[in-house]
Each structure stands twice: as structure tokens, then as C-alpha cells.
Write a protein that binds this ligand. Structure first.
Ligand SMILES: Nc1ncnc2c1ncn2[C@@H]1O[C@H](COP(=O)(O)OP(=O)(O)O)[C@@H](O)[C@H]1O
Ligand SMILES: Cc1ncsc1CCOP(=O)(O)O
Ligand SMILES: [Mg+2]
Length: 279
């Protein structure tokens, strides 16, 4: 289990490196929240590029330090784009982040998410229902029936209920898993970090989960998957809390949140309230 002081030091370093290096993390992401994903990546200190076509996904892998694959709104071309981009990342030894948004909704989504098991994402990020469903689909915990519990893109489960699924996924990938919710859970299969903060207004604006995936990919360009995951999650929780002190309704909250992402210091991010437990 990692020591809190060591983890904080690693987070400060990662956040400083993101700000100093302006790293690019390309995305294949959904059309609902694509603008928010790019703006969050920029506000956090990174650089964004969004594409749809297979060869362009491969080009972004070569050009960037990490890549983000989000299943939110699929198009037929993604049947080629998504596996080719994940394969390119694996072949290049570059980290990629998976958000299995809406897992269970249709046959292409299920087929693609099944295929992606082979390419082992460095970071998996989802809400509790999505993480439980993915671990079931990949035969790592629960059962294949967990796929049918999905109602849409919002969770119907608590973060704690997804703990075993998250640990099983992390032990399989060798990377990190983030379960988002009121408090967020991050695990590498050995330690579990519970990160506090944020605001209930984050559930009243679409794209907070998706944009967190983009920011996770930015951090993954600069450090190991577990440090990257805790840093990005802490960055979100700190900024969500700070934004809630300035804005009380969804639209102004979203703007205040992007400002807070931009203004948060590496120390603010590292010192966000968190607990470390044995997995
Ligand atoms: N009730 C809440 N209190 C604090 N933070 C929240 C709350 N609901 C969501 N969040 C935050 O919003 C972000 C997105 O999480 P979530 O809503 O679970 O994802 P998704 O949008 O994929 O369903 C995370 O940073 C999470 O911590
Ligand atoms: C509403 C919606 N429908 C398909 S993708 C999407 C966005 C989901 O975004 P998030 O999970 O970050 O709230
Ligand atoms: Mg989501």
C-alpha cells in the first residue's frame, strides 16, 4: 500500500509536469460532450485533438503521449476506429484511457468493449454501474448479466458496490481504475484511494465523467497510471468544490469549474482530502 506522503509528492510532480509540458492526449469521444472534454484538457494544462476516422486515431497515438477512447455515441466507422486505435496504443507502449459510457446499450458497444479487453487500458474510468458491467463483461467479477443493469449513461449503483469490480479490473489490466461518484474510488489492485470533494452539481451537467476521462489521459502522459488517476480525480474534486463556492446552478457552475481546473495549484491537487486503504 502506498504512503500518503509519497503519493502527494508524486501528484505535485505530475501536476507540475502537465503544466510545464502541455502534453497532447487525443480522443475518440462522444458528440454530446466533446467540447467539454477538450476544454477540460486545456484548462488542466494539456492539449486536445478529437477525431473519428481509423487512420486518424492511429496518427493521434503516434503524435500524443496517451489516447482516450469513450464509447458514448457510436458511429459505424468506430467498429474500425476504436480497435485500431487501441491496438496502435498497445503496440506503441502508450497509455490509453477507456470510459465505457452506456455499456449495455447496443450490440456494437458490447462487441467493441469485449474486443478492448485484449488491449488492456492503462486507466478505466466509469461510474459505478459501468465499472460493475465492464468487470462482468470481461469475466473478472460478477456476471455477464451485470451488462443488462445499465439504464443509460447515469449510475444506479453506489461507488462502494463497485469496489470489487474495480479491484478485479485493475489486477487484470495492471493499470488503474477510477469509479466516480459522490466520493471517488481509485485503485491499482493493491491500494484503494477514496478521494473526497466535488459537488452534487457535477451530476446536473452532462460530461463531467467524460471530461474527467480526457484529463486522466493528459495526466497519464506524465506519470504512471495510478498516480495519474489519483491526480486527475483530486484535481476534479478540488475544482468541483471550489466552483460550488462560486456558483449555485448548472450553467454557471460549469464555467466556474473550468476556471477552477485552470487555477488549481499542484499543491491544491495533492492536498485534496483522500484516504488510502488496502485493496
Ligand atoms: N454527488 C456528487 N458529489 C460530489 N461529486 C460528484 C457527485 N456526483 C458526481 N460527482 C463528480 O462528478 C464527476 C463525474 O462523475 P459521475 O457523475 O459519477 O460520472 P458520469 O458522468 O460518468 O456518470 C466526478 O468527478 C465525480 O466525483
Ligand atoms: C448523455 C450522453 N449520452 C450518450 S453519451 C452522453 C454523455 C455522458 O456524459 P457523462 O457520463 O460524462 O455525464
Ligand atoms: Mg459517464
Amino acid at each position: 500500500m502506498i504512503e500518503q506522503s509519497q503519493l502527494k509528492e508524486d501528484i505535485v510532480q505530475a501536476a507540475q509536469n502537465v503544466r510545464a509540458n502541455n502534453p497532447m492526449a487525443g480522443s475518440i469521444t462522444n458528440t454530446v460532450t466533446i467540447d467539454f472534454v477538450a476544454n477540460a484538457q486545456l484548462a488542466a494544462g494539456g492539449s486536445a485533438a478529437m477525431v473519428y476516422l481509423p487512420d486518424e486515431g492511429e496518427t493521434l497515438v503516434a503524435a500524443g503521449g496517451a489516447v482516450y477512447l469513450n464509447m458514448g455515441t457510436l458511429f459505424p466507422v468506430y467498429e474500425e476506429t476504436i480497435p485500431r486505435t487501441a491496438a496502435a496504443a498497445q503496440a506503441a507502449g502508450k497509455p490509453w484511457v477507456l470510459d465505457p459510457v452506456g455499456i449495455g446499450i447496443g450490440s456494437l458497444r458490447t462487441k467493441l468493449l469485449s474486443q478492448l479487453k485484449e488491449y488492456k487500458p492503462a486507466i478505466v474510468r466509469g461510474n459505478a454501474s459501468e465499472i460493475i458491467a465492464l468487470a462482468g463483461l470481461w469475466d473478472l467479477s460478477g456476471s455477464a448479466e451485470d451488462l443488462s443493469r445499465a439504464r443509460g449513461v447515469d449510475t444506479t449503483d453506489t461507488v462502494e458496490a463497485a469496489r470489487d469490480a474495480a479491484v478485479a479490473l485493475a489486477r487484470f489490466t495492471g493499470g488503474a481504475v477510477v469509479v466516480s461518484g459522490k466520493s471517488d474510488l481509485v485503485t491499482d489492485g493493491k491500494s484503494v484511494v477514496i478521494s473526497h470533494g466535488g459537488s452534487s452539481l457535477m451530476g446536473k451537467v452532462t460530461g463531467f465523467g467524460c471530461s474527467q476521462g480526457g484529463v486522466l489521459a493528459v495526466y497519464a502522459t506524465q506519470t504512471d497510471p495510478f498516480t495519474a488517476a489519483v491526480a486527475a480525480v483530486n484535481h476534479y474534486n478540488f475544482s468541483g468544490r471550489a466552483a460550488a463556492a462560486k456558483a449555485a446552478a448548472p450553467a454557471s457552475f460549469k464555467a466556474a469549474f473550468l476556471d477552477s481546473l485552470y487555477l488549481a495549484t499542484p499543491e491544491d491537487i495533492a492536498n485534496n482530502s483522500m484516504e488510502i486503504q488496502e485493496a
